[in-house]
Design a protein around this ligand. Structure first.
Ligand SMILES: [Zn+2]
Length: 344
């Protein structure tokens, strides 16, 4: 029996050395040390031995059991560390995967720049509803009902059937100038305010026009404001955006809510003034319609036009982005194609 026990021990140690998986190791452990295992088979036989051999064989079984236990534990450690070192191994020379970082849409970048310029000039930023009452979009801005100047705004209308609204009572705002009346009603002059936001018009969509566009409206109400203050502001803003060498010109125009009305033009940066589809071959792009606030607008909002006056202007944001990045068709700005947007 002594020999059988020594053989069993040696057989166990040899098998443990050859094991390559945790599962096989566990199975070996059960087959030797388990309740119905081979070691227990010997222990059960001790009772049948002569009294003189019992102690010696018992000790031999115990020693063999301990050796198997220790060898199993060592093998388990060995398997664990070889598994870990396999996982940590990597080739330093393989190029890594590049993660692409996102960035702001060019329109957001330019809008943030514009807001910074006006914050520097002491303007406050106001936000207003995109669906606006006719009163704020037109009437308070000196567009009486049936006034022909309303036609130029190419207003879109809602289907108001089955609602309590009258036709045209609420509309998608055609300009953020609609906030002038709201701000003037809610606060007292002096005022320096800009209103960035989306506007909507029933436009023929082309390289420089869209049905939905962003505008940054701005206005100042103070005492003794002059047209030259307006010119100075426009020049400062455009040169901050397009550099000191930007060429600017002014022309007179008509808007009901200003008197006199002016249009600021920037020499087209897409074609450097030579003429292109973006500037309709004129070499100039209308960029900031503006003017001195009409006294009727102030009076409608209960501001005494004998004491206060001011100027107002609007910036077409998409137009600025196109001129800034020399994009000859602003429709590309509103495509979800990342191949285009990644270029900026
Ligand atoms: Zn051009």
């Amino acid at each position: 029996m002594r020999e059988e026990i020594l053989n069993l021990k040696n057989e166990a140690l040899a098998q443990i050395m050859d094991v390559v998986s945790f599962d096989d190791l566990e199975n070996l452990k059960i087959s030797y040390l388990g309740r119905k295992g081979k070691i227990n088979d010997f222990i059960k036989k001790i009772g049948e031995l002569p009294q003189t051999d019992k102690k010696e064989i018992g000790n031999l079984i115990n020693d063999s059991k301990k050796v198997i236990e220790v060898t199993l534990a060592k093998k388990k450690e060995g398997l664990t560390s070889s598994l870990l070192s396999k996982k940590e191994w990597f080739d330093l020379t393989i190029p890594g995967n590049k993660t692409s970082a996102g960035h702001f849409h060019p329109q957001t970048t330019v809008l943030n720049e514009i807001l910074d310029i006006f914050k520097y000039l002491g303007y406050q930023i106001a936000d207003g509803p995109e669906i606006e009452k006719d009163y704020y979009n037109f009437e308070v801005l000196n567009f009486p009902p049936e006034h022909p100047a309303r036609d130029a705004q190419q207003t879109m209308f809602f289907d108001v059937s089955n609602t309590s609204f009258k036709e045209g009572q609420v509309i998608p705002r055609t300009h953020t100038s609609a906030m002038q009346g709201r701000v003037m009603e809610a606060s007292k002059p002096p005022l320096r305010v800009i209103v960035p936001g989306r506007c909507f018009r029933y436009e023929q969509v082309d390289a420089s026009h869209g049905v939905e566009f962003w505008q940054v409206e701005g206005f100042v109400v103070d005492k003794a404001v002059h047209l030259t203050d307006l010119f100075g502001t426009i020049e400062f803003v455009l040169k901050s955006l397009f550099g000191q060498s930007a060429k600017i010109k002014f022309a007179t125009t008509f808007f009901p809510f200003v008197e006199p009305g002016v249009d600021a033009y920037l020499e087209c940066t897409v074609c450097d003034g030579r003429g292109c589809t973006f500037c309709k071959q004129t070499g100039w792009s209308e960029i900031m319609p503006a003017g001195m606030i009409h006294p009727n607008v102030l009076s409608k909002s209960k501001i005494d036009s004998k004491i206060w006056n001011g100027f107002a202007f609007a910036i077409g944001l998409s137009r600025v982005v196109s001129l800034r990045y020399q994009i000859d068709d602003l429709r590309v700005l509103h495509t979800p194609d990342l191949r285009i947007l990644k270029q900026f």
